[in-house]
Design a binder for this molecule. Structure first.
Ligand code: NDP
Length: 481
């Protein structure tokens, strides 16, 4: 059985306890690899190796870091098929999605931040005739990156690349549910010549490895993406230690559709923003509000198109909807579908587990689900489900839909479909969300600030925001003679 190993001090090593956990393929429901069940002692080992490496890496030239990060990007690109297959098997996502989105994005993450660091300039402020101030951006030292299972290599590299580019040494923990591509990345980093100790990847449970990261005194910053409750726990431990924190948390994003929108473009994109990656993207629009005059037509077309989506083996080219990442998550999603029914929701399509044939008979599949007839304030419409489940609701006025949209504790993203510039201005000013897409969805420019408001988190990733997070600012004031 394939044994995943930790990557510490430039080597692939077993966890100190020698304990392993099962890694399950969500498409078959069967164990197909073993994951290190690491603990605080492995985190300490990784941190000590990062401390050893930080002086040299932190003082290395930007050109040197650029070359190594670009080499990593090249090797990911070379291995795109292997990595995409590994991602699809580990996560259950369609292979086409992993091949066209996830892995190419990991390449872009390294290329983008390798280049960005070359343009990350310092400021100078002159007190005319008296003194000159200049501001340096120094690496923090040892930092941690903790990422979730939904976009495994994509979000892992989105954090690691800027942390390394800025000159930090990193302790990184992928989700124990999807560790495979992080393991393959360790091998790529070794081949690329990344100096030992600069990146350390420790696999294991959030409750052990994650906690140990939050508690470790020598880890000075944590960039975390995951659920809001986990973010709260990390902040509880790390904030009193004055660690720098970037928390990218959950969402319950509204998709607001006005009758004057480009209907065909809206319908096509709404299908994606509802069900891409089995609805397991923090940016999916799970609450769909439709202007009443368009409601009936939208409902008919949307249900028809959703029913035509193919739930199947993620490795098959024609599959639209792959497996849910784990049995536990499948149960959670199904419990929300039951809750929706109790709350008075009508299931327009889906709402069931799907049983496939042969090797996939024990896989964790759910048919894409549309629910109507719920109030905006019920639990189904307030809590994050994070699966292929959306609700549709009609509205009559702008004020009404704005209240619905802003009524949750979350504020990650929002999507707005309309042809009216005046309305775009009104809504983009008042929607409580860190990211708003108008007449589009998930159109990403890596330079833009990425993050949420309210319980969707604190801090921004992306572009120079990430480099700001991963550096300490030092001001020097020199008095003129
Ligand atoms: P979790 O919060 O359960 O886990 C995220 C990561 O944190 C995992 O690596 C997990 O490890 C680890 N972890 C768990 N407990 C702790 C702890 N006490 N201390 C430190 N680390 C810990 O999220 P999921 O993996 O279930 O991901 C889904 C969530 O992520 C959703 O809420 C989604 O909205 C959010 N998300 C947010 C995004 C954003 O950009 N805002 C983007 C993508 C997802 P382990 O897996 O081993 O438990």
């Amino acid at each position: 059985m394939n044994k995943i190993r930790n990557y510490i001090n430039g080597e692939l090593v077993s966890p100190l306890s020698k304990k392993y956990m099962d890694n399950i393929n969500p498409t078959t429901g069967k164990v197909y690899a073993l994951i290190p069940d690491s603990d605080a002692s492995d985190i300490d080992l990784a941190t000590q190796s990062a401390i050893q490496a930080k002086k040299e890496w932190g003082n290395s030239s930007i050109e040197y870091r650029f070359k190594i990060l670009m080499k990593i990007a090249d090797l990911i690109e070379r291995d795109i098929e292997t990595l995409a297959l590994a991602e699809s098997i580990d996560n259950g996502k369609p292979l086409t999605l992993a091949r066209n989105i996830d892995i190419p994005r990991a390449v872009s993450n390294f290329q983008f931040f390798a280049t960005a660091i070359k343009h990350f300039a310092s400021n100078a402020h002159e007190l005319t005739g008296e003194a000159i101030n200049y501001t340096l951006k120094k690496p923090i030292g040892v930092v941690a990156c903790i990422s979730p299972w939904n976009l495994p290599l994509y979000s892992f590299t989105w954090k690691i690349a800027p942390a390394l580019a800025a000159g930090n040494c990193v302790i990184a923990k992928p989700s124990e549910i999807t560790p495979m591509t992080a393991y393959l990345l360790s091998k790529i980093c070794m081949e690329a010549g990344l100096p030992k100790g600069v990146l350390n990847i420790v696999h294991g449970l959030g409750s052990k490895v994650g906690n140990a990261i939050s508690e470790h005194i020598d880890i000075k910053a944590i960039s975390f993406t995951g659920g809001t409750e986990t973010g709260r726990q990390i902040a509880k431990t790390a904030a009193p230690m004055f660690k720098k924190l970037s928390l990218e948390l959950g969402g319950k994003n509204p998709n607001i559709i006005f009758a004057d929108c480009n209907y065909e473009a809206m319908l096509k994109t709404t299908l994606k923003s509802s069900f891409a990656n089995q609805g397991q993207i923090c940016l999916c629009g799970s609450r769909i509000f439709i202007e009443r005059t368009l409601y009936k037509k939208f409902k008919t077309d949307f249900v028809e198109k959703t029913k035509a989506l193919i739930v199947g083996d993620p490795l098959m080219e024609q599959t639209d909807i792959g497996a849910i990442v784990s049995k536990q998550h499948q149960d959670k999603i199904m419990s929300y579908i039951e809750l929706a029914k109790k709350e008075g929701g009508r299931i327009l399509c889906g709402g069931e587990k799907v049983k496939l044939d042969g090797d996939n008979a024990e896989g964790f599949f759910i048919s894409p689900t549309i629910i109507e007839g719920l109030s905006a304030s019920c639990r189904t419409n307030q809590e994050e489900i994070f699966g292929p489940v959306v609700t549709i609701m009609p509205f009559d006025t702008e004020e009404e839909v704005l209240n619905y949209a802003n009524s949750t504790v979350y504020g990650l993203s929002a999507t707005l479909w309309t042809d009216s510039n005046a309305r775009i201005n009104r809504f983009t000013n008042t929607l409580e969300a860190g990211i708003i897409w108008v007449n589009s969805w998930l159109l990403r420019d890596l330079r833009t600030p990425f993050g949420g408001v309210k319980d969707s988190g604190i801090g921004r990733e992306g572009g120079f925001h990430a480099l700001e997070f991963f550096t300490e600012t030092k001001n020097i004031c020199i008095k003129y003679e």
